[in-house]
Design a protein around this ligand. Structure first.
Ligand code: BV8
Ligand code: ZN
Length: 246
C-alpha cells in the first residue's frame, strides 16, 4: 500500500477518534536535537546503562552520574519543540474541543510536550526538570537551567538525584494507572518514536490493541510493534505528524 494511502488512512482514523491515547519515545524529540538511546550514535553508545541509569550506579558515583545528566539537561535546555510536538498539541485541542478524550503518555524526560502546549501529559519516566532527595521526601522543580554539580538536599544534606525512573525502579503509580486506563478506553492508539523495547511502557501498545483500539505507529525504522499495529508509517515524526493531524 502506498505511503499516500497509509497517510490518508491514518488521517481518517485520527479524524474519527473520540478517545485517543498517544505513547511517545525519544524519537519524537530527535528532530529537536535531543539524542535517542538505542540508535547508532545514541546515548547507550557512550554510556553504560548500569552505571548512569540505575540507583546502584548513582550510589557508587554521584558526581559521574550527575555529569552525564548535566550534559543531557544542557541539551534539553536549548532544545525547542518540533513540528511533531506541536501537531500533537493541536490534535489534543481539536479532540477536546469536539468533546473527546486525549491522553499523551511519554517516556521522555525533556519536557518538550508541555513546552509545545500539550496539557494531559503522563510522564512515565519522570522529568529532568525535577530533582528529589535520595533519603527524605524532599523534591523540587529546578527547570533545565544550571544547578550545583552534585546538589545536596536542603532538608537532610543527602544527595539529590534527577527525578527520573531508573532501570529496576517502579514507575510513578498514578501516571502508570492513568496510562493503563487511557489505553483500555481508547478507540485509536498512536505510538510515536519509541523502539517499543522498554517495559512496562512498551506493553501499553498491546494493551490498547487487545482492548480493541485501532493502532498507528510512526517511526524511522521497524520496531517489535510494527507487525501488530494497523498502520505503520515509516519516516520522521516531525514530517508525518503534521500531515496526519491536518
Ligand atoms: C521496572 C529514564 C519493575 C531515565 C528510562 C520485562 C522484560 C525484560 C526486561 C524488563 C521487564 N520488565 C522490566 C524490565 C527491566 C527494564 C526494561 O524494560 N529493560 C529493557 C531494556 C529490556 N524496565 C525497567 O527497569 C523499568 N522498571 O520494570 O520496574 C521492576 C523492577 C525490577 C525488575 C522487574 C520489574 C523502568 C524502565 C524505565 C527506565 N528509565 N529513562 C533517563 O532518561 O535517563 S528508559 C529510557 O528508555 C528512556 O526513558 C526512553 O524513553 C526509554 C525507551 O526508549 P525510547 O524512548 O523508545 O528510545 P530509543 O532510543 O530506544 O528508540 C528511539 C526510537 O525512535 C527508535 O525506534 C528510532 O527508530 C525512532 N526515531 C528516531 N528518530 C526518529 C524516530 N522516530 C520518528 N521520528 C524520528 N525523527
Ligand atoms: Zn533529604
Amino acid at each position: 500500500m502506498s505511503d499516500e494511502t497509509l497517510i490518508h488512512r491514518a488521517m481518517q482514523l485520527l479524524a474519527s477518534a473520540r478517545r485517543l491515547a498517544v505513547l511517545t519515545g525519544a524519537g519524537i524529540s530527535a528532530e529537536s536535537g535531543v539524542p535517542t538511546f538505542r540508535e547508532p550514535g545514541g546515548l547507550w553508545d557512550t554510556a553504560h546503562v548500569d552505571k548512569v541509569a540505575t540507583a546502584e550506579g548513582f550510589a557508587s558515583d554521584p558526581p559521574g552520574v550527575w555529569r552525564w545528566y548535566h550534559q543531557r539537561r544542557r541539551e534539553m535546555a536549548v532544545a525547542q519543540p518540533n513540528a511533531g510536538h506541536v501537531a500533537l498539541a493541536e490534535l489534543e485541542r481539536r479532540i477536546i474541543a469536539d468533546g473527546g478524550e486525549f491522553t499523551l503518555i511519554t517516556q521522555n524526560v525533556d519536557g518538550l510536550h508541555a513546552e509545545a502546549g500539550s496539557r494531559n501529559v503522563l510522564r512515565l519516566h519522570g522529568s529532568l526538570a525535577y530533582v528529589r532527595c535520595t533519603r527524605c521526601d524532599f523534591g523540587r522543580r529546578v527547570g533545565m537551567g544550571p544547578i550545583d554539580d552534585v546538589p545536596a538536599c536542603p532538608q537532610c544534606d543527602a544527595h539529590l538525584r534527577p527525578d527520573v525512573v531508573w532501570f529496576g525502579e517502579e514507575l510513578p503509580a498514578e501516571a502508570w494507572q492513568a496510562a493503563v486506563g487511557a489505553c483500555e478506553r481508547c478507540d485509536v492508539f498512536l505510538a510515536v518514536g519509541t523502539s517499543a523495547i522498554v517495559q512496562p511502557a512498551a506493553a501499553l501498545i498491546e494493551l490498547a490493541i487487545d482492548a480493541g483500539a485501532k493502532a498507528v505507529e510512526i517511526n524511522l525504522a521497524p520496531t517489535p510493534a510494527s507487525e501488530t499495529v494497523d498502520i505503520a508509517l515509516q519516516g520522521p515524526a516531525g514530517e508525518i505528524l503534521p500531515q496526519i493531524v491536518q
